[in-house]
Ligand binder design. Structure first.
Ligand SMILES: Nc1ncnc2c1ncn2[C@@H]1O[C@H](COP(=O)(O)OP(=O)(O)OP(=O)(O)O)[C@@H](O)[C@H]1O
Ligand SMILES: [Mg+2]
Length: 258
């Protein structure tokens, strides 16, 4: 691995769930350097989630290549395992195990790196538990380790989701609308936390959002999907009203450009 190698690259990627006639991605070229905070915009159904899923191999393009830290993403199990260890993911719906505690959910993030015979609850080492506790503290949840996931607020659940992603010490965090279910104050807290991780650890962040003002305040860079291609790829600060019209058409975009 060389220093100049990008975190993620797409080379003429085409993806479809129903055959090439109904492609969602139609020739996406994209290079995301290490430590970038890249926001993915686009109207509903334009393929933001699909683009994120191509990065960790949840879906496979039918043409073109996706590369993560120099490793081409393929269907091969050992490749997928390696890619998914490099790329943690957080979701709009948190995807926690409700009957487990916050601590146990964070420990689940370590499972990909733990031998199978130790992966049943209770078999984590003291060092692993201490690491999970410090991750909970890092995301502002000191004192919540023993709380069941279903007894946490949305913001607290997303913090656990972030700590779980950090537990695998990822090079990349993929975040699919991580703040869409949160109130504005909590949403900003979560984005601030992600920005701190991005700047503090150099973790590459690829995050889909619907709120333009968040894209501009937090992102280094904005890309936007339109009809299967990248319609916009520029510095977040340079996103213009014309760009917004291009991405969202004449309708009212979610968010405020003024
Ligand atoms: N698992 C799937 N099976 C079949 N079609 C799918 C699947 N997931 C997504 N699609 C279709 O692919 C297209 C892109 O969906 P995707 O979820 O990537 O869009 P999105 O930009 O993330 O939308 P949203 O903003 O609503 O989350 C849509 O037409 C959707 O119906
Ligand atoms: Mg989506």
């Amino acid at each position: 691995m060389t220093v100049t190698q990008p975190a993620i690259s797409f080379d003429n990627v085409h993806q479809s769930y129903h055959g090439p006639g109904e492609a969602v991605l139609r020739g996406v070229d994209l290079t995301i350097p290490r430590s970038d905070f890249c926001v993915v915009l686009g109207r509903s159904g334009m393929g933001k989630s699909t683009l994120l899923r191509c990065i960790n191999g949840f879906v496979q393009p039918y043409a073109g290549t996706v590369t993560v830290s120099g490793q081409r993403v393929t269907k091969e199990k050992s490749v997928l395992r390696g890619i998914r260890r490099k790329a943690g993911i957080i979701f709009q719906g948190y995807n926690l195990v409700n009957r487990l505690t916050a601590l146990q959910n964070v420990l689940c993030g370590m499972l990909p790196g733990i031998p199978g015979y130790r992966s049943i609850p209770g078999f984590f080492t003291r060092a692993e538990k201490e690491c999970a506790m410090s991750l909970l503290a890092e995301v502002g949840l000191e004192g919540y380790a023993g709380k069941r996931a279903d007894q946490l607020s949305g913001g607290q659940k997303q913090r656990v989701g972030i700590a779980r992603a950090l537990a695998q010490d990822p090079e990349i965090i993929l975040a699919d609308e991580p703040v869409a279910s949160l109130d504005p104050v909590t949403a900003e807290e979560i984005l601030t936390l992600l920005a701190e991780i991005n700047r503090g650890k150099g973790t590459t962040l690829v995050i889909s959002l619907h709120q333009l003002e968040y894209a501009r305040s937090y992102g280094d860079r904005v890309i936007a999907l339109l009809d299967g291609k990248l319609a916009i790829d520029k510095r977040a600060a340079d996103l213009s009203a014309d760009d917004v019209t291009r991405i969202y058409g004449q309708g009212t975009p979610k968010g405020n450009m003024n």
